[in-house]
Design a protein around this ligand. Structure first.
Ligand SMILES: [Zn+2]
Length: 295
């Protein structure tokens, strides 16, 4: 089947996978987790270094070969405490160090993107923080290039209103750094904007913004990286991630529809507390929408 512009539309345009080691895995670590995920029919896996990078380079290589063998697309998530717009020099240096640690093991395992939360405003205007974040990330990127660590920096849209990381800010930062992309966390966008994602058009706006404002955005929507789950939130934004299909906050189906109708493709990592179970749930919804679209 072809789209109006001639692009092929395939059923496996979206790769689904868990954020970290599957809940159902009884024994083992990342390697076993990837194998388990692949056996469930999922195609992606995000390795979580959110509480620090403890994996050794040799282990990362082994993880990479398991993923390769099972056709699993790998990404990695940097530590949570990174703040690329920190007020002190010390915290900036720590953030760079943590990004580099993640980049090294991610590169060794063949992950294509390392995801990070840009940081916090701490009472400062957006533009001041964006500038600082860019300068921090440029320094990190320079070091990554020196080491030839072949990974892209992924700026994730953040969930709290006190956090640097609206879609526009992530795009602006990514535009200033060679080899950086915005990573769409749909739950976070929904939560920090008072529940803004309800209908197809709401999800469409995200992709349109990327296509319009992100340099290379037209290409990126064909290979985007994202996180999905539902979210409990307040006026301050994110409270916690909750299972998919619980409250429709946000609903997944309209996202699947907009992806299929527009021929977007990429990866959706499931960050709900049910990880692989909800990744499978989303994959099933997606396939159902796809079949309906084909008719
Ligand atoms: Zn994240």
């Amino acid at each position: 089947m072809k789209k109006a512009n001639g692009d092929e539309i395939g059923e496996n345009m979206i790769k689904f996978g868990p954020a970290g080691i599957p809940i159902g895995l009884e024994k083992g670590g990342t390697k076993e987790g990837i194998l388990y995920t692949a056996q469930l029919g999922l195609e992606a896996f995000e390795v979580e270094f959110v509480r620090g990078v403890k994996m050794k380079v040799n282990d990362a290589r082994e993880v990479g070969s398991v993923a390769k063998e099972h056709n699993t697309t790998l990404s990695a998530h940097c530590p949570y405490w990174i703040n690329t717009a920190a007020k002190t020099k010390e915290k900036i240096e720590t953030s760079i160090r943590n990004i580099l640690q993640t980049a090294e093991v991610a590169s060794e395992m063949g992950a294509w993107v390392i995801v990070l939360h840009p940081g916090y405003y701490m009472g400062r205007p957006s533009q001041e923080c964006v500038k600082l974040s860019i300068s921090t990330l440029k320094r990190a990127k320079e070091k990554m290039d020196q080491h030839r660590w072949n990974v892209i920096l992924g700026l994730e849209t953040t969930g709290g209103v006190a956090e640097l990381g609206t879609l526009e800010e992530c795009i602006e930062i990514a535009n200033s750094i060679e080899g950086a992309v915005p990573v769409i966390d749909f739950a976070h966008i929904h939560g920090r904007n008072g529940g803004c994602l309800r209908k197809k058009e709401d999800f469409a706006r995200i992709f349109e913004t990327i296509e319009r404002k992100f340099i290379g955005g037209n290409k990126y929507v064909k290979n985007f990286h994202s996180h999905f789950s539902e979210l409990e939130y307040s006026a301050k934004g994110e409270i916690r991630h909750i299972p998919v299909g619980k409250e429709d906050e946000p609903p997944f189906k309209p996202l699947a529809e907009i992806i299929i109708e527009n021929g977007y493709s990429g990866t959706i990592i499931c960050e709900s507390p049910l990880l692989e179970e909800d990744a499978i749930k989303m994959k099933k919804i997606y396939e159902k929408v796809f079949k309906k679209f084909q008719k």
